[in-house]
Design a binder for this molecule. Structure first.
Ligand SMILES: [Zn+2]
Length: 114
């Protein structure tokens, strides 16, 4: 028996794609949306796996809000690389199974270990 919990958050940041030719080689901003999925196999006596409030607070504490992502990270901050980085960052503390980074309404990347 298991559940998958989902928490969503947003962060607004600037980036450009390194080693890339096209309009995204220039600095621009996104309101990125993150969806993080957590597996739980037990509920506490109040019927919850992990407190959503705690998960949201944790996400807010690690998300690079109002940052220039190229200055924060030593990788090209594409949605693909951001989803991978945030997956392993969250994994340090929680049993995360999947991280989705949306950089626009219609384009995003999913990272999971499978
Ligand atoms: Zn972009």
């Amino acid at each position: 028996m298991s559940w998958e919990l989902i928490v969503k958050e947003k962060f607004s940041s600037a980036h450009f794609l390194e080693n890339y030719k096209g309009k995204c080689e220039h600095m621009h901003g996104h309101t990125f949306r993150i969806e993080a999925y957590f597996r739980v196999e037990q509920l506490d006596e109040s019927g919850i796996g992990i407190d959503f409030t705690e998960l949201k607070a944790y996400l807010r504490s690690i998300l690079p809000d109002h940052q220039v992502l190229n200055e924060v990270f030593d990788f090209s901050p594409s949605a693909e690389n951001l989803s991978k980085y945030l997956y392993y960052k969250i994994k340090e503390k929680y049993n995360v199974t999947k991280v989705v980074i949306w950089e626009s309404e219609n384009a995003g990347a999913v990272y999971s270990q499978d």
